[in-house]
Design a protein around this ligand. Structure first.
Ligand code: GDP
Ligand code: MN
Length: 378
């Protein structure tokens, strides 16, 4: 789950990371009001869940409350990379001497979190990573030990940070690690971390990604979710506790178990098909979940065939079969559906489905071949 800049910065500040004074607004009038409170000179920042807002014109500095109102109105009328701007952050404007990049993410190859830092932060950091990779420093963290002072000093020296900022940098980096670790983040990023004209380090931008699978233990973070940028089908699936990811292919997949769902997609691809989604209905899924799942799959106009691959364990095939019948009665699909049921109560399941017009298959390979053929219209 992505957090907005204003949400990330609020969390940062709880971990002692300095952020500019500011508040969120949804109208130009409110923006003017906030600018007045902050003394006039403010920066108006679109809050959309994509990067590169600055380059897209979604970050503008205003010299007084009048201009703040004007710019706020302009930005609130914008769409950035397809996302409408519904909220803006009005922050006290900063005078910038230097922009530093500082982030923590998960390095899958190293199986460890990694700190990434660069003296050349700001909106061109991706370009720096490509053209001057030596300007980017990486230091791995042992999560059991956390960050040690010698590491923050190494990084400060590595980015040529003047000595007077080392103490503050040490606190910020440790705060960022706490923030990353205790919120189960997969990214905690400050870009830019600035050296201000009045000689302070301040987090001017903030970005956090939270591991969806850890959200159950962070109800406060779950509440921050903005579903604006999610595919509507994914939002719907979440309501029913289904793990659903929309993809670009034309074969809808309904499978129980994440591993089996991955295997089903692999096999579809092996036989020349393209899955339209990843969908794990979960263990012990009853009829209600199956109905919701089928409705979600069928709402995708690209879907030309459906593969249902159910391996009954805790999930009972007869229960799933009843769900399929209910779903068919409810949504009346006009596309071919290939069903493979094995495991607990598979025989009962097949009997329940005997009169439905479904294509049945014995093995996963057989089911995949039939689904690929059906999607082609063979
Ligand atoms: P992003 O483009 O989505 O990463 O948005 P940022 O919040 O990082 O802003 C982009 C750029 O706008 C920053 O790198 C700064 O150069 C500039 N910027 C942001 N806030 C301020 C500010 O308060 N004062 C000034 N002068 N520039 C700012
Ligand atoms: Mn930024």
């Amino acid at each position: 789950m992505k957090l907005h800049e204003y949400q990330s910065k609020q969390i940062f500040s709880r971990y002692g990371i300095p952020i500019p004074k500011g508040r969120v607004a949804t109208t130009a009038g409110e923006a003017r009001h906030i600018a007045d409170e902050l003394g006039g000179r403010v920066v108006i920042k679109s809050q959309v869940l994509v990067g590169g807002r600055g380059k897209a014109g979604g970050i503008r500095v205003a010299k007084d409350a009048d201009e703040a109102e004007q710019l706020a109105a302009q930005i609130l009328a914008m769409e950035i990379k397809g996302l409408p701007v519904r909220k803006i952050l009005v922050d006290e404007a900063a005078a910038i001497d230097q922009e530093i990049y500082l982030g923590i993410t998960n390095d899958r190859a190293a199986k460890a979190p990694v700190i990434i830092a660069s003296a050349a932060g700001g909106i061109d950091i991706e370009e720096v990573a490509k053209t001057n990779p030596e300007k980017i420093i990486r230091v791995h963290i042992n999560p059991l030990v956390g960050i040690k002072d010698y590491q923050t000093r190494d990084i400060a020296a590595g980015i040529d940070l003047p000595r007077e900022y080392w103490k503050s940098f040490n606190e910020i980096l440790k705060g960022l690690w706490e923030c990353y670790d205790s919120n189960d983040a997969t990214l905690a990023e400050i870009n830019p971390l600035i050296i201000s004209h009045d000689k302070r380090l301040v987090a001017l931008d903030g970005k956090m990604l939270i591991d969806d699978n850890a959200l159950f233990r962070h109800p406060d973070l779950s509440e921050m979710r903005d579903t604006d940028e999610d595919a509507p089908s994914e939002v719907e699936a979440r309501k029913y506790g289904l793990t659903f990811i929309k993809l670009d292919g034309n074969i809808g997949c309904m499978v129980n178990g994440a591993g089996l769902a991955m295997a089903s997609m692999d096999i579809l691809k092996y036989f020349g098909g393209e899955p339209a989604n990843f969908l794990d209905i979960g263990g012990g899924a009853g009829a209600e979940k199956v109905v919701a799942a089928l409705r979600i799959i069928l709402a995708d106009p690209n879907v030309k065939a459906i593969l249902l691959n159910i391996f009954g364990g805790i999930t009972r095939c007869d229960e799933v079969a009843r769900g399929i019948l209910t779903a068919i009665a409810e949504v009346k699909p006009k596309i071919p559906m290939v069903v493979r049921l094995v495991g607990t109560n598979a025989e009962e399941g097949r009997q329940i489905l005997a009169n439905a017009s479904l294509i049945t298959a014995e093995t996963l390979a057989d089911a995949a071949k039939k689904a690929v053929a059906a999607a082609r219209g063979d």
